[in-house]
Write a protein that binds this ligand. Structure first.
Ligand code: S3P
Length: 175
């Protein structure tokens, strides 16, 4: 496998972090969780960053972090659910890696995220309707960015990793 990052993208609650952990273990490469990295760098929670500086500022932090990954050793990158909202982020990921989209039904996402209060976007919007609406708004951005698409509903982490590894072997490798 060539030395390129593996970017896991997808809506909140599609399992990016869990899958990144297992995939990095299987491939014996490093792993990075964008949200955790931003929290560490800023010394603030994602909620506090949104509240104090606003979403646009957070998006800027995401772009800076992604841009800095180009020089790093190959790793699995678990992206924040909103990275695809900026085309410069997608271009940046395409340049230095392959992009794997994880999808799940709104109902599945809702059940996975409903008790977590650390996602400002869902804070006062924790309903299947809202999730479904935002997912639809972002669908084109997710799908056009992706090299590989994996549906995660009713699949185990192991099954998802197998599928990613299988599909990666056959996916077109960018020049
Ligand atoms: C966001 C997703 C979150 C986090 C932030 C915004 C989004 O990441 O970056 O709360 O806009 O979809 P996860 O997808 O890891 O939950």
């Amino acid at each position: 496998m060539e030395k390129q990052h593996i970017f896991l993208i997808g809506f909140m609650g599609t399992g990016k972090s869990t899958v990144a952990g297992e995939l990095s273990r299987r491939l014996e490469i490093g792993q990075i969780e964008m949200d955790d990295e931003i929290v560490k760098e800023q010394g603030m929670s994602i909620n506090d960053i949104f509240e104090k500086y606003g979403e646009a500022h957070f998006r800027g932090l995401e772009s800076d972090l992604l841009a800095g990954l180009a020089e790093k050793e190959q790793m699995v990158v678990s992206c924040g659910g909103g990275v695809v909202t900026r085309s410069e982020n997608v271009e940046c990921m395409k340049k230095c890696g392959r992009i794997v989209l994880l999808t799940a039904r709104p109902e599945t996402v809702y059940h996975r995220v409903k008790d977590n209060e650390e996602r400002p976007i869902l804070k006062n919007n924790m309903t299947i309707e809202f999730i479904s609406g935002l997912m639809e708004k972002r669908r084109t951005a997710y799908e056009s960015a992706a090299d590989i698409l994996i549906e995660t509903d009713e699949k185990s982490v192991l099954q998802i990793c197998e599928e990613i590894m299988h599909k990666m072997k056959f996916s077109r490798i960018r020049q």
